[in-house]
Ligand binder design. Structure first.
Ligand SMILES: [Zn+2]
Length: 139
């Protein structure tokens, strides 16, 4: 493991979320689907949020979706010292679940960003151990 210069906070995987982080390292986005009711969901957990079944399976997401909503951050905490402005986004994936992420590949300008714009995942290897999912507009 090499020394990381990534300054921002890193995830703390749990037994339930470890498969999600492992898949990201392989540049794949994996979600869970309930085998009892068929609903896909995010974040990772050990029971279905729709029917409480624990009969769950992982599957690979397309990594495509639409921008559900966003906010542009113009100030950042001192620790970690994030570079501003940046876009905090909620993406609704093709498979249904929504996830909180960052929008990249576009100016952080409200005139350039529209809700419902199509987006796709970008895998960002921030350390040897962690890859973060970010999303960019699809041209
Ligand atoms: Zn269910």
């Amino acid at each position: 493991m090499s020394q990381s210069h990534y300054a921002a906070a890193l995830p703390r995987p749990t037994p339930d979320s470890q498969p999600f982080w492992d898949a990201l390292r392989q540049h794949e986005l994996h979600l869970q689907r309930c085998q009892a009711c068929g609903q896909a969901f995010f974040y990772p957990r050990n029971v279905c949020p729709h029917c409480l079944s624990s009969d769950l399976a992982w599957f690979r997401s397309s990594g495509r979706g639409r921008l559900h909503t966003f906010v542009i951050a113009y100030t950042a905490p001192r620790n970690p010292p994030l570079e501003v402005p940046y876009v905090i986004a909620m993406v609704e994936l093709e498979e249904g679940p929504r996830l909180m992420t960052n929008l990249v590949g576009v100016e952080p300008d409200p005139k350039q960003i529209r809700c419902e714009m199509p987006v796709e995942i970008e895998f960002v290897d921030v350390t040897d151990e962690f890859t973060l999912p970010r999303f960019r507009p699809v041209a």
